[in-house]
Design a protein around this ligand. Structure first.
Ligand code: ADP
Length: 160
């Protein structure tokens, strides 16, 4: 497993400027960054996996080392299959910490060779989550500075 190759997994429903902040930081640290959209049969998403992948590809197209992919099942299996040695995750507030710690320790138990790396976003994105973005969009509120313009357009169309 290659520690110069990292996977950034998530729902990305939709990609926000907070996710992009993390991707930009990840690009500086790793030779190859795989942004991996989780295909989760249980969740009721706003955007389909195909739509989420399309938006992610659109907003990361200027990063030659970023790849957007889809995975299902265990993250450690996907990491092994891709030869990635690092999982990249973001921590916004203390509230993220408990869940992220639990996941990181469980993933380490399942695959000791895989390391989880946490990064903090810029302070201004510390309050931002895809869930809140979906809620604001549904209620017709302002999304400026929270998502890229293309994503805002698609959000407005989706909830119209
Ligand atoms: P969300 O929590 O916004 O629904 P995801 O489930 O797609 O997003 O999260 C994927 C990863 O991105 C998680 O590690 C999460 O902590 C991180 N993340 C999400 N939003 C931000 C943000 N604003 N700043 C930093 N990291 C973030």
């Amino acid at each position: 497993m290659n520690h110069a190759c990292a996977i950034y997994p998530g729902s990305f429903d939709p990609v926000t400027n907070g996710h992009l902040d993390l991707i930009e930081r990840g690009v500086k640290m790793f030779d190859h960054l795989i942004v991996a959209v989780l295909r989760n049969a249980e969740k009721e998403p706003l955007f389909s996996v195909a739509e989420r992948v399309e938006m992610l590809r659109d907003v990361t197209s200027h990063f030659p080392t970023v790849e957007v992919d889809v995975f299902e099942g265990l993250l450690v299996d996907y990491a092994r299959q891709r030869g990635a040695g690092v999982i990249l995750r973001g921590i916004r507030a203390i509230s993220d910490y408990e869940y992220e710690l639990q996941m990181a320790l469980m993933n380490r138990k399942l695959e000791p060779a895989l390391e989880t790396v946490f990064m903090m976003p810029a302070l201004s994105y510390g309050f931002l989550s895809a869930r809140l973005v979906r809620e604001i969009a549904r209620l017709g509120g302002p999304l400026k500075g929270m998502v890229p313009p293309q994503v805002e357009t698609r959000l407005r169309a989706k909830v119209a």
